[in-house]
Ligand binder design. Structure first.
Ligand code: HEC
Length: 124
């Protein structure tokens, strides 16, 4: 029994050691991508701390969930067409309830890149 408990504790500690740096590495990769004007184009329309073409992204983690951000970054049109509460709130806030298309237009990004960007935005 004692051996079993030690074994279980080792697995738990080992698992946490893996999960924690991995999560922060994603946000760091997302930050680098967000700031890469050539690759992500986010900075063409956004800043954190002021409105540019798109909304100010300060406090974005309070308005959105990580899965919504991934969807929005990889499939803006599909997200725009869905009636989920986060999209409805965004449309009302930018006064585009009737617009058929979003103006948010990132270049095609992989699911992994979108995940990194979303992890970064969840720190804002
Ligand atoms: C061509 C300009 C443009 C580009 C490029 C762009 N966006 Fe946007 N974004 C917008 C606009 C405008 C909105 C507001 C909704 C709309 O009108 O489409 C928006 C909305 C958002 C929102 C929701 C903000 C909120 O307050 O709810 C997030 C998050 C976001 N963009 C992230 C990004 C990221 C990350 C990138 C880069 C991968 C990016 N955007 C690239 C224009 C842009």
């Amino acid at each position: 029994m004692k051996k079993f408990l030690i074994f279980t504790a080792l697995i738990l500690v080992g698992g946490m050691a893996f999960v924690v740096p991995y999560a922060s590495a994603d946000a760091a990769k997302g930050e680098a991508l967000f700031n890469d004007k050539g690759k992500s184009k986010c900075l063409a329309c956004h800043a954190i701390g002021k409105k540019v073409v798109g909304p100010d992204l300060a406090g974005v983690s309070k308005r959105h969930t990580q899965p919504w951000l991934v969807k929005w970054i990889t499939d803006a049109q599909g997200t725009w067409a869905s009636a989920d509460s986060e999209t409805t709130e965004l449309k009302a806030r930018v006064h585009k309830e009737k617009a058929p298309k979003p103006a948010h237009a990132p270049p095609p990004l992989t699911a992994e890149q979108a995940g990194d960007l979303a992890d970064f935005l969840m720190t804002k």
